[in-house]
Design a protein around this ligand. Structure first.
Ligand code: ADP
Ligand code: MG
Length: 212
């Protein structure tokens, strides 16, 4: 996911994933929220899809910013501003860079998760997006630190993300709509943590495709 073409491919793959898993994400949100997470994510990334052609002349910074702006402006639910801010922060971290080194990719994810934490004021263990994203980033940093390739690092990151998704079934939601359920949220998988695990899956597939 280093060159601009790879970043674009990652976005394209995630657009498809949000269409493919729309119903699954919505069903998860039906159980502990208002049943719109798949609809929200799909709406946002369909709007991104419609702009993809206009991204051809843009820099990595501009592409990630455009994704962020589109999400913020088209998604009504909590996830729009959260994912939107993550892409905007990741975009800002890529300012002036023609391609992203492995450390730049880590920085983009760190800035992205920082944006989600700034917006949502959540910490690990509150049954949110962070419960898959934080362990995934840690796993990615560990792999890159050990000199592994980006594909392997993102494989490890995705694995950690899904483990985080499983973990959300065991904890009480204390942020977002699901927090209204209190203890009754236990046993249910968090939709936002799930959509974030698919984001790492998309990043992994983009890296695999690029042979990185
Ligand atoms: P809404 O809750 O407004 O209906 P969505 O259904 O699209 O929005 O998104 C719900 C998801 O948003 C939750 O499953 C959770 O992962 C995530 N979420 C909610 N609040 C926060 C927060 N403060 N920080 C991080 N993620 C959050
Ligand atoms: Mg919802």
């Amino acid at each position: 996911m280093a060159t601009k073409a790879e970043v674009l491919n990652f976005v394209r793959i995630y657009v498809d994933k949000m269409a493919e898993h729309r119903q699954e994400l919505t069903d998860l949100d039906q159980a502990i929220g208002d049943g719109d997470h798949g609809i929200n994510m799909n709406r946002g990334f369909k709007a991104v899809d419609e702009k993809l052609l206009t991204f051809a002349d843009k820099t990595i910074e501009e592409i990630l910013n455009a994704v962020g702006m589109t999400l913020v402006s088209t998604v009504g639910g909590a996830s729009g501003p959260l994912y939107g801010t993550a892409f905007l922060r990741a975009g800002a971290s890529a300012k002036g860079k023609e391609a992203l080194s492995d450390q730049d990719v880590i920085l983009a994810f760190d800035e992205g998760v920082g944006g989600i934490q700034y917006r949502g004021k959540a910490v690990k263990g509150e049954k949110t997006i962070l419960d898959s994203m934080l362990p995934a980033i840690d796993a990615m940093k560990k792999s890159i630190g050990e000199g592994k390739s980006m594909t392997v690092a993102l494989e490890e990151a995705e694995k950690a993300a899904w483990a985080g998704v499983e973990y959300t079934k065991t904890i009480i939601a204390t942020k977002g709509r699901a927090s209204y359920l209190g203890e009754r949220s236990i046993g249910h998988q968090d939709p936002g943590a799930t959509s974030m695990a698919y984001l790492f899956q998309a990043a992994k597939e983009a890296a695999q495709k690029a042979g990185k």
